[in-house]
Design a protein around this ligand. Structure first.
Ligand SMILES: Cc1cc2nc3c(=O)[nH]c(=O)nc-3n(C[C@H](O)[C@H](O)[C@H](O)COP(=O)(O)OP(=O)(O)OC[C@H]3O[C@@H](n4cnc5c(N)ncnc54)[C@H](O)[C@@H]3O)c2cc1C
Length: 472
């Protein structure tokens, strides 16, 4: 790994002043902040407990200025941490020196092609703004990660998933082309507006989910579809989480094609209810699935009733079609606020595992046993329809000095089990700084070697998102 040196050494070398002078000339429209002046909000992730340090913060205004800023960093072998909205939960925007390159200000919509159903945007556009714009034109961008303040560039860099992945797939499935800037400042267009492309290696896919390790995404051409005519939701209450999780396979076996199947335990709901100050219906049950169907309006009632019949044949359930707008609003607001509600309650660790569908119930049982054995509360919710189990491990009143060891014990056992079930450390949040240890412990060494070979061919000085993911 190339050494960048200590803070004091860099100061003595005059690296900051020299770099800042160059950036002031070459990037006049970008915002610059230096050293201790950089607000801590730009040096952390959503959790905010680990605040890093950087030498210079650059809020970029254009591809050209991104390229010139990167050239300046490359010349000095200065590490670079790329930043969107900073809503990641894995520490991937916590710098340990060098440059923070923030692209959240590059948020223009460059072209909405309604005939071709594509949209060309800059990476800093927020997901909520993209969704609102395309839906106002009768179009639809299906990826729907819960955090709507995240940027499209961040969604692409993490290959974000979300609730509608069950029916439509993840962010990767809707990216047609990207403009990227490589660590040495080279600007490159990858992919094409064509729906099919078997022309050489598809390098665009390397950048999707690369967590800022290969360069900066500066333009995104996204595929859209026609907006579904209608959407219907139902809340299904179960006597236990295990029954709720098992019912997911019942839904698929009935040949139904839901848009989303979310699961949540009752004990997590209490956090959401207190946080958003609303009531969750069917309080007599212990766990819930929220199912969504979309499509032609006349088909939805039939799908909901087939879903109810299939599940009721096997389990004792409460089934509530979410037709009352206020009740539906409460259910979705509480579901969407869960991570924020847990965050507001104290110290916690988010987990984003995924296992094959048939093993979710086993994993949930094993987690309950682990929670009892270690004496820590572990709350579960997530995207049951695709095996993506989100966990919140709570510190509660364990003394802070005992938390890191306890957490490591819990996580080591948890991920060992996940891998036994052929699952993965990260389903949609990425590896970042926080999951790196557990990823490195289990990744196939030849696969890791190949990842690093690719990385070094693009980023030979190992400057980008150092200390995160598969970085060596
Ligand atoms: C309450 C809550 C709910 C969430 N729910 C979901 C969910 O349902 N599904 C899901 O997938 N995620 C979810 N997330 C995680 C997070 O929102 C996503 O990872 C999101 O994609 C991050 O986008 P961002 O703009 O905040 O990126 P950041 O957090 O700023 O960055 C994330 C990573 O992408 C890199 N990056 C950012 N922009 C670029 C760029 N232009 N070029 C190259 N690299 C870049 C960064 O270096 C970093 O490695 C949730 C987070 C929160 C707080």
């Amino acid at each position: 790994m190339a050494e960048f040196g200590s803070d004091a050494a860099r100061l003595a070398q005059g690296v900051w002043q020299d770099l800042v002078a160059e950036l002031k000339v070459n990037c006049p429209n970008s915002e610059l902040v230096v050293g201790a002046e950089i607000p801590s909000a730009f040096l952390t992730d959503f959790i905010g407990s680990d605040v890093g340090a950087a030498d210079v913060y650059v809020k970029a205004s254009s591809t050209q200025e991104v390229s010139l800023a990167l050239r300046a960093a490359y010349k000095r072998k200065m590490p670079v941490t790329v930043r969107g909205a900073g809503t990641n939960l894995v520490g991937s925007t916590i710098p340990r020196g060098g440059m923070v390159l923030d692209v959240s200000g590059m948020k223009r919509v460059l072209e909405l092609d309604e005939d071709n159903r594509t949209i060309l945007v800059e990476p800093g556009l927020k997901l909520c703004d993209l969704q609102a714009l395309v839906e106002s034109k009768g179009l639809f961008y299906p990826p729907d990660p819960a955090e709507k303040q995240a940027t499209i560039g961040g969604n692409i860099a993490t290959n974000a998933g979300g609730m509608r992945a069950v029916k439509y797939g993840v962010t990767r499935d809707f990216v047609l082309a990207l403009e990227v800037v490589l660590p040495d400042g080279t600007i490159l267009e990858l992919g094409s507006p064509c729906l099919k492309d078997a022309t050489g290696l598809n390098l665009k896919h390397l950048f999707i989910g690369s967590e800022g390790s290969l360069g900066v995404i500066t333009k995104c051409l996204l595929r859209l579809i026609a907006k579904p005519e209608a959407t219907a939701h139902a809340l299904i209450g179960f006597k236990s989480l295990a029954e709720g999780i098992s019912a997911v396979n019942t839904i698929y076996a009935a040949n139904l094609a839901p848009t989303a199947i979310e699961f949540v335990e009752k004990k997590v709901i209490a956090f959401g209810e207190a946080f958003v100050k609303a009531d969750f219906p069917l309080p007599e049950y212990q766990a819930y699935l929220v199912v969504t169907f979309d499509g032609k309006a006349e088909s939805l009632a039939e799908q909901l009733s087939a879903c109810r019949a299939a599940i009721a044949a096997k389990y004792q359930i409460g089934f509530l079609p979410l037709t009352d707008p206020e009740v539906a609003h409460n259910v979705w607001t509480i579901r969407a606020a869960l991570a924020k509600a847990v965050q507001a309650s104290g110290v916690w660790e988010p987990v984003d595992t995924v296992v094959p569908l048939k093993d979710i119930a086993t994993l949930i049982d094993d987690i309950a046993a682990l929670s009892a054995q270690e004496g820590v509360r572990i709350l579960a919710f997530g995207h049951a329809g695709d095996g993506n189990v989100h966990l919140c491990i709570l510190k509660d009143d364990l003394p802070l000095e005992k938390w890191p060891d306890k957490l490591e014990r819990v996580l080591s056992q948890l991920y060992a089990r996940v891998y036994e079930l052929h699952g993965k450390v990260a389903a949609e949040h990425g590896v970042g700084r926080h999951k790196r240890q557990y990823f490195l412990e289990r990744v196939n060494p030849d696969e890791l070697k190949l990842m690093r070979l690719i990385k070094h061919s693009i980023d030979p000085y190992d400057l980008f998102n150092r200390g995160c993911g598969y970085d060596d």
